[in-house]
Design a protein around this ligand. Structure first.
Ligand SMILES: Cc1cc2nc3c(=O)[nH]c(=O)nc-3n(C[C@H](O)[C@H](O)[C@H](O)COP(=O)(O)OP(=O)(O)OC[C@H]3O[C@@H](n4cnc5c(N)ncnc54)[C@H](O)[C@@H]3O)c2cc1C
Length: 471
């Protein structure tokens, strides 16, 4: 048990709520301030995706606090990507060739509520809702709230998300604080496929559905009630489309410009019912009949921004630490933002345990040294995967590569694809998965572009070449 200390957490989202459980178990007195109301009592705007892919790194962190079995019982397993072609054919690309390696679709609010309920079982945790932090003093450790209230614990851990006011205060007050934000030209919008008769699933239940269309894509994740939450990723503004190069097999999906030429579809072009219906029936003809509220949803739901935030240092002496999206917001294309934030919590907890006494500055410095390289790696992986999901999953060479990876995973216990290393190997740091995965990808893409069918390749030779990459 740690000496009596009060830890303040700013933000009762996914990371903050899980962190409060970990800290409560260590005997700290934990006060969690949350800007929104209590989502268990009132409808609060979630603001982000309705459901999320939970995978091994996140599950490992939930397991430590006994929450994994419950959350998995509430989740829908997704065994692979179901690719929907422009003409409506479907093809399942499994996430792994190994049994038991899949990802899970969970409800964001369901998970957040379960974590808060668990945290409140500890008498040393208090949640204070409707308190928006507006400023933080890195010298005194005092947080100021919109209500005028101030609060000072022994230390503050800021899990207040991508727009973190604590991070902004650190940026103003810490000399040399490094900050960068990079936004994609693409935004996202959530849409809905309701359940069929008797809560049946209108699409394959155990898959993450993707409609890849080169410059844009739609995905759909299953929900427990038989519905799917779809997310359209599309450019904010139209750019002229470059003419096709001879080697490109892609049809150019676009909209005619007024003075000729083809422009890519964008949110800017979808301004009324007719343009929305035209776009969806041309590009996602198999999905439209399952989306009876498509037009209403399209105009009711906000268009979200997608960006990567990097900053350094993550700590203000021992007075504050940034954790989760406040330190490293990433684009969602590896389904790892929450999983990474949960891993952050697990790593921090291990360091607290090892330290024995809460020397916050020493713990935070070591934490940053361990995690920064991995947060940077998953940020880069997530951006790279955007282009893979959007452009390459429908490419025959890429599909052959996935097939080869599946066969390798079925036959060689020591082989893990890049996707598997990131998603299913909680024992492997993201930075290592990134380095090894990119080297493997290069080799496998070269091999797959040299054959029409992966059965033409000698599997033993491929496995040996992959091993040699590690030498
Ligand atoms: C479209 C989309 C899809 C995604 N899909 C996945 C996925 O499949 N898998 C995955 O692992 N990750 C996914 N993510 C990423 C994931 O949502 C985030 O990484 C995760 O929510 C980070 O958790 P967090 O607790 O750090 O931040 P948040 O979840 O943003 O929580 C921050 C909390 O702080 C509160 N807060 C904010 N400001 C203040 C303030 N001033 N004072 C007090 N409280 C404040 C907020 O209200 C909120 O409760 C996705 C993200 C997006 C945008």
């Amino acid at each position: 048990m740690m000496p009596e200390q009060n830890v303040t957490i700013i933000g009762a989202g996914l990371a903050g709520s899980l962190l409060s459980i970990y800290l409560a178990r260590r005997g700290f007195s934990v006060t969690v301030f949350e800007a929104r109301g209590d989502m268990r009592k009132e409808r609060v705007e979630a603001g982000r995706s309705i459901n999320l892919a939970l995978s091994d790194r996140g599950i490992a962190a939930l397991r430590e606090v006994g929450m994994d079995a419950f959350m998995l019982s509430e989740a829908v397993p997704m065994l692979g990507r179901m690719i929907h072609s422009a003409t409506g054919e479907q093809k399942l690309l499994p996430y792994s060739g190994r049994e038991g390696e899949y990802i899970n679709s969970v409800s964001r609010s369901g998970l957040n509520i379960a974590l808060m309920n668990e945290a409140e079982k500890y008498p040393n945790v208090a949640f204070i809702f409707g308190e928006r932090c507006t400023d933080f003093d890195t010298a005194t450790g005092e947080a100021t709230f919109a209500s005028g209230r101030t609060f000072r614990g022994d230390t503050v851990i800021a899990t207040d998300g991508a727009g973190s006011p604590v991070r902004q205060a650190m940026q103003r007050q810490i000399r040399g604080f490094e900050f960068s934000s990079r936004f994609l030209d693409h935004g996202y919008k959530e849409l809905h496929i309701p359940p069929g008769p008797d809560s049946s699933f209108l699409l394959e239940k155990n898959a993450l559905h993707i409609w890849p269309r080169h410059r844009f894509m739609m995905i759909a994740l299953p929900n427990h009630d038989g519905s799917f939450t779809c997310t359209l990723f599309l450019a904010h503004k139209s750019e002229p489309l470059a003419p096709l190069r001879p080697e490109e097999e892609w049809p150019q999906a676009g909209v005619e410009g007024e003075e000729g030429g083809l422009f890519e579809w964008s949110f800017d072009e979808l301004t009324d019912e007719a343009s929305v219906l035209d776009f969806f029936t041309r590009e996602f003809p198999d999905a439209v009949p399952m989306m009876p509220t498509l037009v209403e949803d399209f105009f009711a739901n906000p268009t979200g921004q997608l960006g990567t935030i990097k900053c350094w240092p993550w700590n203000a002496g021992g007075k504050a630490l940034l954790l989760g999206d406040s330190a490293h917001a990433i684009v969602p294309f590896y389904g790892q933002g929450m999983n990474c934030a949960f891993e952050d919590v697990r790593v921090l907890d291990t360091l607290i345990e090892n330290a024995g006494t809460p020397d916050w500055e020493a713990i935070f410095i070591e934490y940053g040294q361990l995690r920064k390289v991995n947060a940077d790696a998953i940020a880069d992986l997530a951006e790279e995967n955007f282009y893979e999901m959007r452009d390459r999953v429908a490419d025959p060479v890429f599909q052959r590569k996935r097939e080869l990876e599946t066969r390798l995973e079925q036959n060689y216990p020591d082989y893990f694809s890049k996707y598997s290393m990131v998603t299913f190997r909680e024992d492997m740091p993201y930075s290592e998965a990134h380095r090894r995965g990119n080297a493997q990808d290069e080799l496998l893409m070269t091999l797959c572009s040299s054959v029409d069918d992966v059965s033409e390749l000698d599997l033993d030779e491929v496995a040996e070449s992959l091993r040699l990459l590690e030498c």
